[in-house]
Design a protein around this ligand. Structure first.
Ligand code: AMP
Ligand code: ZN
Length: 135
């Protein structure tokens, strides 16, 4: 058993406000919501990052993410879907999760605010990433 907060939510060891469950994933409210209705969707099997998930499990997990997005799009007219992989990307809980964040007009949330990084090496970057995707 992993010493993992989200695995403990799955076993019921840590209480949570569950909003949806199916055979391979659950959705529950984030304890520190950035907006009303901020929901997390997690796979029932522990994987630290998306890159470690087998494709078939990823695809069934994505079906649940899609279901929750559709539900929350009836709650508000817009949602952001975010997913962090690795500490460098801001991942705090090392169990795969998608954030579904309901948005409202004028809510002022600064999600996805980024500053353009002018890259003189775009061609080289293309070559490196292309070759990594061939592996
Ligand atoms: P991340 O930075 O993507 O790893 O986000 C982790 C998220 O998990 C944060 O938004 C936390 O508020 C949330 N979180 C941590 N512990 C719990 C918990 N016990 N129940 C619900 N959400 C949690
Ligand atoms: Zn876990």
């Amino acid at each position: 058993m992993h010493n993992c907060i989200f695995c403990k939510i799955l076993t019921g060891e840590i209480p949570t406000l569950k909003v949806y469950e199916d055979t391979h994933a659950i959705a529950f409210l984030d304890v520190n919501p950035v907006s009303k209705g901020h929901t997390l969707v997690i796979p029932k099997t522990h994987y630290e990052t998306l890159s470690l998930m087998p494709e078939t499990e990823f695809l069934s997990y994505m079906a649940t993410v899609h279901k929750v997005v559709k539900g929350l799009m009836k709650y508000t007219d817009g949602v952001n879907v975010l997913q962090n992989n690795g500490k460098d990307a801001g991942q705090l809980v090392p169990h795969v999760h998608f954030h579904i964040i309901p948005r409202r007009p004028g809510d002022g949330l600064k999600i996805g605010e980024w500053h353009v990084h002018h890259d003189p090496d775009l061609d080289k970057v293309q070559m490196v990433i292309k070759s990594l995707l061939k592996e």
